[in-house]
Structure formats: structure tokens, C-alpha cells
Design a binder for this molecule. Structure first.
Ligand SMILES: Nc1nc2c(ncn2[C@@H]2O[C@H](COP(=O)(O)OP(=O)(O)OP(=O)(O)O)[C@@H](O)[C@H]2O)c(=O)[nH]1
Ligand SMILES: [Mg+2]
Ligand SMILES: [Zn+2]
Length: 434
């Protein structure tokens, strides 16, 4: 088949980042290029026809029924486009879950912005958009927050909706299915990375989603809206726990936090915000068990990181922890390593704090995942203020000062990844080759 004739190394199985169906590369459909070939059975009249080709160019690209050469591929099940790098580089899925307003979208935007800067400079890893169009929403978030031409104006990332332009609708004949748009990044070692020679083996396409908190509530993931099925594929689950939504944390922070989210909530507000965070966590655990076919008593052999968000608002509870970056230089090496000891120390302290105020969260996580860490992050480094124009919270770009927002992902990539990032005691060393 043509794809195999292609000079590129082709993976034997591809996982669709939209519908998570697994397929062989030769089952791929191609997108017609000819302008007359419009109207796809699954995606609708505005989309290029998907077809199984019978003619190919010498380079292994397909030729559409009108004779035009095409390079774009699609999943045979959902017909959505599958970016080319997924045919060559192994994917690694990460799930970000948490209650509405726990800080998922801010975390994602701040994390990807920060990773784009430090992965090349500190760790000699190139991070590029696998598909810039698919990542457009994240670009908007990053630009609004970090490249805003009006750094004094109040801006806000909108609440993530359960439907709309973050989703693709696919017609499956009798019914329509809504899939969340993935955010995809290529992570590849640069020429001066010690494992550059093993690039094929250690590079990854990092794949994440921005779900609405409501989608993690019981009954909200359905056959027609299977928006959280990535949970089962996730290399590491990031559960975002927001202390400002917990009455016990709010009480403990009384008089010690400037953040309006920490103010004791009026009865109306607390009723509106009555999603209990342990409900979200337990429901996510049930879903992973279901999708991954685990028994009730089986530990999931994947790690979970409890990411404790909005650190700026509760940092007075653990004043001895410093928010400086936990990176260390490696002698005679251009790359840094993560300070594993320091990160684990912080994890132990944050874990103890959660055990004190919200023991049910810790118990649920530890009863499920094979390894649980507790990492604090602040996506903004600053409390939001009420925007008089909208009545909702906003932040001034000038005030942004994220801390540790990249640490959970770096830690996951380092501990459970492929050799892209090292950790003290387990640094990335030049391999003897294979
Ligand atoms: N103090 C503080 N507030 C934050 C931080 N990150 C987010 N927030 C606030 O938390 C609120 C919710 O953040 P989002 O990222 O939109 O929450 P979400 O989890 O995406 O919520 P949904 O989209 O509804 O599921 C916003 O009003 C932010 O201003 C942070 O690091 N510190
Ligand atoms: Mg959101
Ligand atoms: Zn698909």
C-alpha cells in the first residue's frame, strides 16, 4: 500500500485523537483536494469528500477521483482529519479533569505557554503545534493572557461550554456524535539533546482536551456525546482540585487570602456552585474503570496527579514551600533535570494538607491509581477581580505570574514518559545506542 511505500516510518496502528478508534494506516481515508469534491457523508456539505484511494503518486500521496494529488488523511470511523505526525510519532494522551471553574482552561493555557518557552531552552525539546488549526483555541487563550497589547485591561477565558465550536459533530447515520477537539503538540529532542539519535523512539505527540467541568458529572458522557473517553487512554490523569470551592479550605484561609474566590460564599452562590469535587473524581474513576474494563477492586496501573490549583490564593497554608522552579543543571550537559526530590517533598506536604482538609479526595485517588502525587500550581499567580462591565472575574495580563504550572506535566513526562526529560537520580543520559 502506498503509505508504506512512503519514505517515512509508518506506525502499524494509529489512534484517532478525535474518536479514539484504532486503525491500520492502510484503512485511512484521504481528503479530496479537487474543489468539486465537497460534501462528506459524516461531516456534512462543507467538508471535502473522504475516499479510499486506488491511485497514488510516486511519493505515496493519494490521487483523488478528479485527479488531484492529496496529502491529508482522515480516520475511517469518524472521518475527522488525522494529522500526519500521528502516522510516525507515538501519541501520549493526558486527561485534565475537574469541577466547573476549578481552573482547567487557565491551567492549560498557562501550561502550554510556559512549556513552549522552557522545553527548548531548559530541556532541549522542540515543542511545535502538530496541527496549528486544531490548536487555534489554545493560541487564543495564550495570546489573550500572555501577548495582550493591553496589559492593563481585565480579560477572562470564557467558561468552557458543553457544546459549540470546541467540538466536532459527526453524523453516524441514525444519530450525531459530538467529539471534543484535541490539542496536539509534537515533542522531539533537539540536535543537542543527549538522546537525539533515538528521536524516532522517544518523540511523542502530546494530546490533551479542554472539557467543560459539567462533562465530568454523572450522566454527562453519553454515546452521542462521548466527550471524556480520553480518560481511559490517558498516560496520567490530572485531577484539578480547587481549594476555593471547598468550605473547609475557605474557613482555613479566612483572613489569610486576598482572593475573592476564597470569601465565604453566600447561600445562593454555594448552591449554584454545589458540585462536590469528590463527586467529580469518583465519577471519573468509575468512567476509567468502565472504559478500561477494570474490576472495582483493581488498582489502575496508571498514575494520577492531584493538581491543587490557585496556589496564590491558599499559599499561606503552606508558607514554607517555595514556588521557585524545581530544575537543576546537570554537569557537562546542555539540559536540565527536574529536581525529583524537591517535587516529591512538596507533594508530600501538599498531600498532608489535603488529608487534613479533604481526606475523601485523597482516599478516592489512592484507592484507584497506582501512584498519586499532589502538586500545587498557580496559572495566574494573582487573584482575579470582578470586572464591573461583565460582573464576572477577570485578570490583568500585566499581573500574570504563573508558578509551577508546568511542573505536573514535566513530572509526568519525566516519570512515565519515554526519555525526553530527566529527573535527579534518573537523568537523561546519552544512551549507548540501540
Ligand atoms: N487565584 C487564582 N484564580 C484562578 C487561577 N486560575 C484560574 N482562576 C480563576 O478560576 C476561574 C475558573 O477558571 P477556568 O480555567 O475557567 O475554570 P475551568 O475549570 O476551565 O471551568 P469550566 O470551563 O467551567 O469547566 C476563573 O474565574 C479564573 O479567574 C489561579 O491560578 N489563581
Ligand atoms: Mg474551562
Ligand atoms: Zn476517529
Amino acid at each position: 500500500m502506498s503509505l508504506a511505500q512512503n519514505r517515512l516510518t509508518i506506525r502499524s496502528r494509529i489512534t484517532c485523537p478525535h474518536c479514539w478508534n484504532e486503525f491500520a494506516p492502510e484503512e485511512s481515508l484521504w481528503l479530496a483536494e479537487h474543489p468539486d469534491l465537497i460534501g462528506d457523508t459524516r461531516l456534512g456539505p462543507d467538508h471535502a469528500i473522504r475516499f479510499l484511494p486506488s491511485r497514488f503518486t510516486a511519493d505515496g500521496d493519494a490521487i483523488d477521483p478528479e485527479g488531484q494529488r492529496t496529502t491529508r488523511l482522515a480516520c475511517p470511523a469518524c472521518h475527522l482529519e488525522v494529522a500526519r505526525p500521528l502516522y510516525q510519532i507515538a501519541p501520549v494522551f493526558f486527561s485534565i479533569l475537574g469541577a466547573p471553574a476549578s481552573g482547567k482552561s487557565y491551567f492549560l493555557a498557562s501550561m502550554t505557554w510556559r512549556l513552549r518557552q522552557i522545553l527548548p531552552t531548559e530541556f532541549k525539546i522542540a515543542m511545535t503545534d502538530t496541527d496549528p488549526i486544531a490548536n487555534a483555541r489554545l493560541h487564543e487563550y495564550e495570546e489573550q493572557q500572555f501577548l495582550n497589547p493591553n496589559p492593563d485591561s481585565l480579560v477572562a477565558i470564557a467558561k468552557t461550554q458543553v457544546q459549540g465550536d470546541l467540538y466536532d459533530s459527526v453524523s453516524m447515520g441514525s444519530h450525531t456524535v459530538q467529539y471534543p477537539r484535541p490539542f496536539l503538540f509534537n515533542l522531539q529532542p533537539m540536535a543537542n539533546h543527549p538522546n537525539h539519535a533515538r528521536s524516532n523512539e522517544i518523540s511523542r505527540v502530546m494530546c490533551m482536551y479542554d472539557n467543560a467541568g459539567e462533562s465530568f458529572l454523572p450522566g454527562q458522557d453519553t454515546a452521542s456525546s462521548p466527550v471524556t473517553r480520553h480518560l481511559a487512554l490517558s498516560r496520567c490523569l490530572f485531577f484539578l482540585f480547587d481549594p476555593t470551592q471547598d468550605a473547609r479550605f475557605r474557613r482555613a484561609c479566612e483572613g489569610k487570602s486576598q482572593d475573592p474566590q476564597m470569601n465565604s460564599r453566600t447561600e445562593r452562590l454555594s448552591r449554584e456552585n454545589s458540585v462536590r469535587q469528590d463527586t467529580i473524581l469518583l465519577e471519573a474513576i468509575q468512567r476509567v474503570r468502565r472504559y478500561a474494563g477494570l474490576r472495582e477492586d483493581q488498582l489502575h496501573q496508571r498514575p494520577m496527579i492531584i493538581v491543587v490549583t490557585k496556589w496564590d490564593s491558599w499559599k499561606s497554608l503552606l508558607p514554607e514551600i517555595s514556588s521557585e522552579t524545581p530544575f537543576v543543571s546537570i554537569p557537562n550537559s546542555p539540559i536540565k533535570a527536574l529536581d525529583g526530590q524537591r517535587i516529591e517533598n512538596v507533594s508530600n506536604q501538599v498531600g498532608e494538607m489535603l488529608r487534613k482538609y479533604t481526606p475523601e479526595i485523597v482516599a478516592a485517588a489512592e484507592g484507584f491509581a497506582s501512584h498519586v502525587s499532589f502538586l500545587p500550581v498557580s496559572a495566574t499567580g494573582h487573584s482575579p477581580e470582578v470586572d464591573p462591565a461583565t460582573g464576572s472575574f477577570g485578570i490583568r495580563p500585566r499581573d500574570l505570574n504563573p508558578y509551577w504550572v508546568d511542573v505536573p506535566m514535566l513530572y509526568a513526562l519525566s516519570r512515565w514518559g519515554s526519555g525526553l526529560i530527566g529527573m535527579t537520580g534518573n537523568t537523561v543520559k546519552k544512551s549507548s545506542g540501540k
